[in-house]
Design a protein around this ligand. Sequence first.
Ligand SMILES: [Zn+2]
Length: 178
Amino acid sequence: MSEERLNAYLIIVERSVSFEFNSPEYGKLARKIVELLYSRKEHLSDDRIAIMLNISTAEARRILQFLSKNNMIGVVKSTTPDYRTEYSWYVDDSVIANAIRKRIELVSSKLGLLIRALTEGSFYVCPNCYRRYSLDEELAYNGICPICKVQLVYINSIDEINKITKIIEKLEKYESNI
Ligand SMILES: [Zn+2]
């Protein structure tokens, strides 16, 4: 596992979790959890992770379940001798590669949607509220966002499509090397 790929993975984990829970602290915690799992190279239960990181089991579980649902960690389900279902979690090289691949697919599909929107033609955008205005609307509003009173910015769709296409090509190349 290259340093670069590991870093990309850690950033994906931290950002996704801080975004999902609207909490940078949770993002940092998630990073610690996956770093722990990756360095231990063994399957750990919620309880053990919580104890090792000195956090509550409920907190650990919330993060672990989110990460698992989004293909960022691996999970193994087992039954204890007293018939309880137990989950244990792990991170290995193939989990990391898969997490990065899934992320690239998500970003590519979002960029694809953006390209589709851009093919409808050039437009203006407010740099403050990001509302879009057609060329006719821009004329009607004298080039000023009617809500923010800020100068609108022209978006040349051909230039933007070319830029985004280059990004998608780069992502696809990166993905084929994972
Ligand atoms: Zn605006």
